[in-house]
Design a protein around this ligand. Structure first.
Ligand SMILES: NC(=O)c1ccc[n+]([C@@H]2O[C@H](COP(=O)([O-])OP(=O)(O)OC[C@H]3O[C@@H](n4cnc5c(N)ncnc54)[C@H](OP(=O)(O)O)[C@@H]3O)[C@@H](O)[C@H]2O)c1
Length: 315
């Protein structure tokens, strides 16, 4: 029997000269992703909504990797104004973008809206990243081999998609249901972006990743809301840490053999834990009809258009 080598952070190629942006790098999987990319020499930008938490994350990276040139830049994905400001600042300072890790995410909670009037989870997890990637698409296209890695979840398989009630304004909101929906949107976006890169003959790639189940703030906050903290604390000791949870993102972002359109997740126990491998996603996530509809809707809602990419194949 051929033994498959387990991919670890030691497999990340040297990243010197590369520029990477990790959203939600103040904690959990984003922090680990940023740290490992910085360790391999990438100019790493921690895109964080709280400068204070971003600075704490940066201090943690610098204490482990004193040579790191990592920086924090403010980015609130629940605000189109903040996304535009971040993108402008980034473009003013950098001439390339090798990896955009669309990692930040929120899960559950009561129904609230972003400042732009989007349901909070759809607004943050999908529309925020859609707008950010769109603002940065030209610099991605100008960087040979650039990758966009969007973080989804096993939970995308439980999603119900209803374009006529995307923000649950007609009712039916549930914290988990909305979260699962956003994770399906992340995959529809990933695959559609890859198709548009290919049609435009771009040298950029769009991939997705999921961390399995990883003991992070996101999981703990949900537990606290559910008043099941004790149960989750017990569970947290059984699930993998954020360092393992970050490996699928890191592999998608750096493995020279990774290809656009691939989805990475843990290769072990029900994809909840283990070393990263290529995994499959639901049939719904591959619907080109839904992906196109989502794209058009996202452009209209955010006002961000990917005008450098071909939207339609040539007949
Ligand atoms: N943990 C898991 O088991 C699991 C499973 C499946 C998928 N995921 C996915 O993994 C990704 C990372 O989550 P995590 O588990 O590492 O959770 P986490 O520790 O809570 O990290 C989430 C990050 O997102 C940031 N964030 C939240 N709202 C933001 C906004 N409006 N603008 C910018 N940043 C924002 C948070 O910043 P603050 O520090 O300011 O809160 C934090 O840095 C998410 O996309 C999540 O859906 C996680």
């Amino acid at each position: 029997m051929v033994k498959v080598k387990k991919w670890t952070s030691a497999d990340i190629p040297v990243q010197t000269g590369k520029v990477v942006v990790v959203t939600g790098a103040s904690s959990g999987i984003g922090l680990e992703t940023a740290k490992e990319l910085a360790r391999r020499g990438a100019e790493t930008i921690l895109a964080c909504r709280s400068l204070e938490r971003g600075q704490q994350a940066l201090n943690a990276i610098r204490s482990e990797i004193p040579t790191s040139t990592a920086k924090v830049m403010p980015l609130d994905l629940a605000s189109l104004t903040s996304i535009e400001r971040f993108s402008q600042q980034f473009r003013d300072q950098y001439g390339r973008l090798d990896v955009l890790a669309n990692n930040a995410g929120i899960m559950g909670g009561a129904y609230t809206k972003t400042e732009d009037g989007f349901e909070q989870q759809v607004g943050t997890n999908h529309l925020g990243h859609f707008a950010l990637t769109g603002h940065l698409v030209d610099i991605l296209l100008a960087t040979p081999g650039a990758r966009v890695v969007t973080v989804s979840s096993l939970g995308h398989r439980n999603a119900q998609l209803d374009f006529d009630n995307l923000f649950y304004e007609k009712g039916g909101y549930g914290g988990s249901a909305a979260y699962f929906r956003t994770k399906l949107l992340n995959l529809l976006f990933t695959y559609e972006l890859q198709r548009r890169f290919e049609r435009s003959q771009a040298k950029a790639h769009s991939l997705a990743a999921h961390p399995g189940f990883s003991a992070t703030k996101l999981a703990t906050e949900v537990a606290n809301r559910l008043k099941a903290a004790l149960l989750f604390r017990l569970f947290n000791t059984l699930v993998q840490g954020p360092d393992m949870g970050a490996l699928p993102t890191l592999r998608a972002a750096t493995d020279p053999d990774a290809k656009g359109g691939q989805y990475y997740g843990p290769g072990g126990w029900f994809e909840e834990r283990g070393h990263p491998v290529v995994v499959s996603s639901s049939e719904a996530s591959h619907s080109e009809t839904d992906a196109n509809r989502l794209w058009e809707l996202s452009e209209n809602l955010t006002g961000v258009r990917y005008s450098s990419l071909n939207s339609k194949g040539s007949d």
